[in-house]
Design a protein around this ligand. Structure first.
Ligand code: NAP
Length: 416
């Protein structure tokens, strides 16, 4: 494929997807978008750490060949004002794996969020966010080490689908009249209206992915989080379709929580994943009080949005929370935080969120040794109190490091 500005490395191989699973050689090409605001700082630091960790794990045998792709302000400079160039999308589809820094949503001018556009255009339907604790990281919890969950959030529908009708607009009045006159709905005059689509297709593919992840990673349970007691035909349907996927497609490898107690006296049989569900509001309480009971979580878009940020706060905040957006073919690993414009170019913020998103990327490629080494080095650096400002302000006696100095400390710890 001929690109205008993108230069794919001459050496290296595309990561392919075989039966829904990524297949990488020892020399994969991975795309990266450095992002806006603090994006260049955290991307530069993370690339150095990732390369050092690959070298520490495999010496010369393996290497990532990075391909820079452009979105956001850098793209606009290169592509005559285009923040979301078509060829970047084509390259991500071709490469199947990319990491991405945060992007600004330009204010005004009718721009949609670039992140939302990317997710919708590539149908990145699963937002995957692992939440685990690293010893020494400041946390508001008494036992943050009990938090070890992976949230699978449906990424394409729910009230985020963009089906909203402004109070008293022509479309709003038409819809209001239909709802009142044809369906007998009752609500205040002039109410803004929004639609919450939850489909069987989107619910099933999300829960299928969460269960497959639990099986692949030897996790104990998948909890379906929903508000089905109130919204029966959307949230309740998500729950029902979730259980159906488990029963119809994973009957050999899953049991329900009810079966766990009626057939197995509360003892999970080896190799079986327990499928359970919880109502969203109680889930927030349970994740604070008894987080050890939860493992993989599958939920609708809005619940997942709130829950994943709340969980991130329990183990150190957005500065270190990683995430990925995935379709059946493409995986984009990205920082959870935004562009933090007041810190742009100051070499100040924590690169942990992007760095750990990269760890997810290495696990996706099957290079688990790399992510294990990064996690180990991070724990050592934290234990020495070598942290960026966000953690330093919560830790007594810590040494505040810049983004690049934190990367240096990590690389020294990796011993390369
Ligand atoms: P933000 O950029 O995430 O920043 C909010 C605050 O979070 C910062 O002021 C800082 O807190 C803390 N923070 C963020 N990144 C950090 C890091 N790496 N290390 C340590 N602390 C960090 O959120 P925002 O100010 O609401 O959004 C700014 C822009 O980012 C907007 O244009 C928004 O659209 C965009 N955004 C993009 C993405 C994405 O690309 N995925 C996601 C969210 C927002 P303190 O001030 O307390 O130091």
């Amino acid at each position: 494929m001929n690109y205008r500005h993108i230069r794919l490395p001459e050496n290296g191989d595309r990561v392919t997807v075989i039966n829904g699973r990524p297949s990488a050689t020892d020399q994969p090409i991975v795309g990266f978008v450095e992002g806006d605001g603090v994006g260049p700082d955290v991307t530069r630091a993370s690339l150095r750490i990732w390369d050092a960790a690959v070298c520490a794990a495999y010496g010369d045998k393996r290497r990532v060949h990075w391909a820079e792709l452009y979105m956001g302000e850098k793209a606009a400079r290169l592509y005559d004002g285009d923040f979301f160039p078509r060829e970047t999308l084509d390259a991500i589809k071709q490469l199947t794996v990319a990491v991405k820094g945060p992007l600004t949503t330009p204010v005004g001018g009718g721009f949609r969020s670039l992140n939302v556009s990317l997710r919708q255009t590539l149908d990145l339907y699963a937002r995957v966010q692992p939440v685990r604790y690293y010893a020494g990281v400041p946390s508001p919890m008494r036992h943050p080490e009990n938090v070890d969950a992976v949230v699978f959030r449906e990424n394409t529908e729910d009230i985020y689908a963009g089906l909203e009708y402004e109070s008293n607009s022509a479309d709003n009045l038409m819809l209001a009249e239909f709802l009142r006159n044809k369906l007998g709905a009752n609500f205040f005059e002039g109410a803004g209206l929004g639609i919450k689509p939850i489909s069987e297709t989107a619910s099933r593919r999300l829960v299928r992915r969460a269960i497959q992840y639990a099986l692949d990673h030897d996790r104990e349970s998948v909890t379906l989080v929903h508000k089905g007691n109130i919204m029966k035909f959307t949230e309740g349907a998500f729950r029902r379709w979730g259980y159906s996927v488990a029963e119809e497609e994973f009957s050999e490898s899953t049991i329900t929580e009810q079966q766990l107690w009626t057939e197995f006296a509360g003892q999970r049989p080896a190799g079986k994943v327990v499928i359970k569900d919880r109502i969203a509001d109680i889930m927030f309480q349970l994740m604070l009080l008894r987080p050890a009971e939860f493992d993989v979580i599958a939920t609708t878009n809005q619940n997942g949005d709130y829950l994943s940020d709340a969980l991130a706060a329990q183990v150190g905040g957005v500065g270190i929370a990683p995430g990925a957006n995935m379709s059946d073919h493409v995986a984009v690993f990205e920082a959870t935080h935004g562009t933090a414009p007041k810190y742009a170019g100051m070499d100040k913020v924590n690169p942990g969120s992007l760095m750990f998103s990269g760890c997810m990327m290495f696990e996706h490629l099957g290079w688990t040794e790399v992510s294990a080494l990064i996690a180990k080095a991070f724990s050592s650096v934290i234990a020495k109190g070598q942290v960026t400002y966000d953690l330093a302000r919560q830790m007594e006696g810590a040494t505040e490091l810049s983004t690049s100095a934190f990367a240096d400390a990590m690389i020294a710890e990796l011993g390369t």
